[in-house]
Design a protein around this ligand. Structure first.
Ligand SMILES: Nc1ncnc2c1ncn2[C@@H]1O[C@H](COP(=O)(O)OP(=O)(O)O)[C@@H](O)[C@H]1O
Ligand SMILES: [Mg+2]
Length: 228
């Protein structure tokens, strides 16, 4: 099932569309997300900024279908990969190679597997890390491995939920630049939706929307947010 999905979406530009989407958790009267409209039809680095508790993670859950809206329509035509704040909550295997292996969802030869592993590790700046045990990796390196896992499983749309929240400044910038490069790739550009509460990260975005008091703004130029 998963292999089929990745095959069918591999060469398509992903497409996310929200029409007047409202959501509240059971037992809560107020809408956490209210009449939200969101459209992503092009590749690139899209960012959503919002304060703690503003509903950013909830928005991602609506996009990947973990939760359903109370009102409105969510349309996602994408092969979605997730990168969470804490890579330790997502990495399952003892070393880089085995972690990547469990994310390959196609039947390919050993030779092809080796090539693919080398290629995605290169793409995230982890060249030569195949045999490295996970416990020897820094937080930033683990985060880059989770991105490599999304790439090796042919995801064409990556949702990143505050992926730099636990990282130091240097690793933070490395992860951000890797995603930026992947979304700028001329041959096979990726779409990424990057969730953050850090204004300084917005300068890397192609477009920014703000989630505030349940409302999601339209897409804006990143420069609009520079002095907030
Ligand atoms: N499963 C849940 N059940 C009930 N309330 C939740 C649940 N998940 C999150 N919330 C509440 O919804 C609000 C927004 O949460 P969240 O989407 O995680 O915000 P953010 O990611 O912006 O910090 C918070 O007040 C949080 O307590
Ligand atoms: Mg969150």
């Amino acid at each position: 099932m998963i292999a089929l999905m990745s095959d069918s979406f591999e060469n398509e530009i992903p497409h996310i569309n929200f029409k007047d989407v409202s959501f509240s958790y059971p037992g809560k009267k107020e809408n956490l997300i209210f009449k939200c409209n969101l459209s992503i039809k092009k590749t690139g680095l899209w960012m959503v900024i919002g304060k703690n508790g503003s509903g950013k993670s909830t928005l991602l859950k609506l996009i990947n279908g973990i939760i359903k809206p109370n009102n409105g329509i969510v349309n996602s035509k994408a092969n979605i990969g997730m990168v969470f704040q804490n890579p330790d909550h997502q990495i399952l295997m003892p070393n880089c190679r085995s972690e990547l292996m469990i994310n390959i969802n196609q039947n390919i030869s050993d030779y092809e597997i080796r090539k693919r592993i080398e290629y995605v590790l290169d793409q995230v700046g982890l060249t030569g890390f195949e045999k490295r045990p996970i416990y020897t990796l820094s937080g930033g390196q683990k985060q880059r491995l989770t991105i490599a896992c999304a790439l090796i499983s042919n995801r064409n749309f990556i949702l990143l939920d505050e992926p730099t929240a636990l990282l130091d400044k240097t690793s933070q910038l490395k992860v951000l630049k890797i995603i930026k490069n992947l979304t700028n790739d001329h041959k096979k550009p990726l779409s990424a939706l990057w969730i953050t509460h850090r204004y300084e990260e917005l300068t890397y975005a192609d477009a920014v929307a703000e989630l505030k008091n349940g409302f999601l703004s339209s897409w804006q130029e990143p420069s609009k947010f520079q002095y907030n």
